[in-house]
Design a protein around this ligand. Structure first.
Ligand code: PLP
Length: 475
């Protein structure tokens, strides 16, 4: 505290209130901190704090309370040793939020990761033969069973999957893509750039808004390696638009294969891809992996951590000889997945196999959450906070909309219930919520903070009112 006006502070007396380093380090609390952070870190942090206090006194501040040093030291060390990658509460209502870690894993997937990672595993070991096995065998049979594909390969992410498929099957030859599908997905992932990097030559057909089967047919040459269809991901074209049907492209390709015998393939990059139908939840139809294969795609690529609801991965499913060719490409090694990913992916796929995805996989639980349940949770938050927030802060439950995200179903929303907190300086309250441990991320609309229970895990339900109380207590 600075001195009262008219009352000169005794600066030397303030300096004398600063403790000696050794005196603080000898305290019981500092010894306990040294056990956690190491003696050198504790001593260095204490010197830093003392130096800052000396500077502050020089600028007219009072010395901190002499008894507060161990607590200040503990708080500072805890902050400094926080992980940079922090769990947080996603109250934005965007289910597959690319900036917030995409899909939360199921309990079974988390268990599987722990079991695979805490000791050794048969990642590349054949237990029957007692000899070297292949990591590619782990999720393969499950993906075959669930999607109906002949074969499957898992790589680091879907961007890697698209690149690898093009590099392995199309390098030096032509890949035909509709001009309506030469998309940028985000993070600089642009289909034309990836195509060039793979060594394939891009052949654009059609127009921005309309491309027909005949455009593809006209582009076929002896040098054609593939037709590539790309999910438009995070944007939607409306109005006078057309894209050829996958089945139409497949038929054209089969006819061409019969007459020319050339190795030409139909690749479908589904992006998110889904194994379950999105329509029963009032959403538009997101293309399903099984259907794409059934319609005649030779290879389908999709993400592990979008609508599948599993770990980050790129899944390649389709015809055996093609998948095998992709698997043998040297870059397959560079893009391979580790045991934790395989463990989480297998457990996630098992939920689908057992018909339990809606109950067990968080992304699907969120999509399928009934509106009445969301209203109940938002109401419960409102009721818990009703007596605790200062005057002038409004509390209400509003109807609103959640989004699926993850480059799927652009523009599609799910009806939800939002806790709306009306207050002045909403931006700075939101910033204070982000600084909480765990941070809480919400939406802001005019002077309201909006919290969507759909993306808040049920076990986090109590954290949200506590965070709001704390942020509004410091009025
Ligand atoms: C998201 C997406 C990708 C990239 O997938 P990642 O798993 O993020 O690497 C590729 N293609 C499409 C169409 C996508 O939507």
């Amino acid at each position: 505290m600075t001195g009262q006006p008219g009352e000169a502070m005794d600066v030397q007396a303030e300096y004398r209130k600063l403790p000696a380093v050794d005196a603080v380090l000898r305290s019981e609390q500092a010894a306990a901190l040294a056990g956690v952070y190491g003696t050198a870190q504790v001593a260095a942090m204490l010197r830093e704090l003392l130096e800052a206090a000396r500077t502050a006194i020089g600028q007219g501040d009072a010395a901190p309370d002499p008894d507060s040093w161990p607590d200040r030291l503990a708080a500072q060390l805890e902050a400094a040793f926080q992980s940079t990658l922090r769990p947080l509460i996603n109250a934005t209502g965007v289910i597959v939020h690319t900036n917030l870690g995409r899909a939360p894993l199921s309990a079974a997937a988390l268990d599987a990761v722990r079991r695979a990672a805490q000791g050794y595993s048969n990642l590349e070991y054949d237990l029957d033969q007692g000899s070297r096995g292949s990591r590619h065998d782990h999720a393969r049979a499950l993906l075959q069973a669930i999607t109906g594909a002949d074969d499957a390969l898992v790589v680091n992410n879907n961007a890697g999957a698209v690149y690898l498929v093009l590099a392995a099957l199309c390098a030096g030859r032509e890949v035909v893509v509709s001009r309506g599908q030469l998309v940028e997905i985000g993070g600089g992932f642009r289909i034309p750039d990836v195509l060039r990097q793979s060594g394939a030559r891009l052949v654009e057909v059609g127009t921005t808004n309309r491309t027909h089967g005949r455009d593809f047919a006209a582009a076929l040459t002896p040098d054609t390696a593939a037709f590539l269809r790309v999910h438009s991901s995070n944007f939607r074209q409306i109005g006078f638009v057309a894209e050829p049907d996958l089945a139409e492209l497949a038929q054209m390709m089969q006819a061409h294969r019969r007459s020319n015998g050339g190795p030409i393939v139909l690749i479908d990059d589904l992006g998110s891809g889904t194994l379950l139908d999105t329509q029963p939840y009032g959403l538009a139809r997101e293309p399903m992996v099984q259907e794409s294969l059934a319609a005649g795609a030779d290879l389908v690529t999709f993400s592990g951590d979008k609508l599948l609801g599993g770990p980050q991965a790129g899944l390649i499913v389709g015809r055996r000889e093609l998948v095998e060719q992709v698997r043998r490409h040297p870059m397959a090694r560079a893009l391979r997945v580790d045991k934790m990913t395989l463990a989480a992916l297998e457990a996630t796929l098992r939920s689908y196999q057992r018909g339990r995805a809606l109950e067990e996989i968080p992304v699907w639980r969120m999509i399928a959450a009934p509106l009445v349940e969301l209203q109940g949770r938002a109401e419960a938050w409102r009721a818990q906070l009703a007596a605790d927030l200062p005057d002038g802060v409004g509390l209400a439950v509003w109807p609103g909309e959640s989004a699926v995200g993850g480059g799927s179903l652009p523009g599609e929303t799910l009806p939800t219930a939002l806790l709306a907190v009306g207050c002045a300086a909403a931006e700075s309250r939101a910033a204070a919520l982000r600084r909480r441990r765990p941070p809480v991320i919400c939406r802001i609309q005019r002077d309201h903070l909006l919290f969507d229970p759909r993306t808040v895990l049920p076990e986090e339900d109590a954290v949200l009112p506590a965070a709001l109380r704390a942020v509004f207590a410091t009025a």
